[in-house]
Design a protein around this ligand. Structure first.
Ligand code: NAD
Length: 251
């Protein structure tokens, strides 16, 4: 666990943490002794309730497609306890478009996905850099984890703009791991299919994972939260893209 100069709990910001994978990550880090900043775009009531339930947590609303709100999110996060030790870039959006249907993948969709899935994580990291470097002054590197997707590594995914945005996030992870080391470790987790409300009706994807993946099932949000906890605990891993697809990529 990170220890601050004032010997208070380390602080983690998890973007998009009112639902799905982000909520599981927030719960896990809270259990592991972190003070939590819960964030989402819309679900304010859920965010406030989760922060109250966890204790030593606050909720901040911000639209990550808007640069002013990105800056505000980091400012309010760091102002809370005067520190930031862990940043989990989990918020993301997708659009479902068959890969061979090119016209519907309009410039608007490309821009929208790129803003939230690529530019937002970069801008949050840029705004958080000073606080994260300060965290490292107590002897442990600060930690950033980007939640990307297996679709950023293989010709898969809900649409070409989505898969391409996650490929960009993976490459950004490696570039920043080099630029920000040794003060800040940057890694990514690339989930395959995760059983969240978002993917509940993705019948063919669930069939694929149940039948073909070596582990014969989709991941649960807790499986991804467990990997986040592992990466946060590490003092050494940097620039890794951890594929969490139950081994589907082997088939
Ligand atoms: P989810 O829809 O439950 O969560 C997405 C979160 O992103 C929400 O909390 C939402 O508030 C936030 N968000 C979306 N647009 C935003 C915006 N403009 N501003 C601020 N916040 C915004 O989805 P999830 O399945 O839990 O996905 C979490 C992450 O995991 C995403 O980055 C997604 O691409 C990635 N992922 C999911 C799967 C899967 O199978 N569920 C697979 C691979 C990767």
């Amino acid at each position: 666990m990170h220890q601050s100069l004032k010997n208070v709990l380390p602080v983690a910001l998890v973007t998009g943490s009112t639902s799905g994978i982000g909520a599981a990550i927030a719960r896990r880090l809270s259990k592991n002794g972190y003070a939590l900043v819960i964030h989402s775009h819309n679900s304010v009531e859920t965010g406030l309730a989760l922060a109250a339930e966890l204790g030593n947590a606050i909720y901040i609303q911000a639209d990550l497609s808007n640069d002013k709100e990105r800056i505000k999110l980091i400012h309010e996060t760091v102002s809370w306890k005067g520190q930031l030790d862990v940043l989990i870039n989990n918020a993301g959006i997708n659009r479902i478009i068959p890969h061979d249907d090119l016209i519907p993948a309009s410039p608007d969709i490309w821009h929208e996905l790129h803003e939230v899935n690529v530019i937002a994580p970069f801008r949050l990291i840029a705004e958080a850099e000073v606080a994260l470097r300060k965290s490292a002054q107590n002897g442990r590197a600060a930690c950033i984890i980007n939640i990307s997707s297996h679709a950023g590594l293989r010709p898969k995914g809900a649409s070409i703009p989505y898969a391409t945005s996650k490929a960009a996030l993976n490459h950004m992870t490696r570039l920043l791991a080099l630029s920000l080391a040794p003060d800040i470790r940057v890694n990514a987790i690339a989930p395959g299919l995760v059983d969240t409300p978002l993917t509940k009706n993705w019948t063919s994807a669930h069939e694929l994972w149940n039948k073909r993946s070596p582990m014969r099932k989709a991941a649960k949000p807790n499986d991804i939260a467990h990997l986040v906890a592992m990466l946060v605990t590490s003092d050494y891993l940097a620039g890794e893209i951890l594929i969490a697809d139950g081994g589907l990529n082997l088939t």
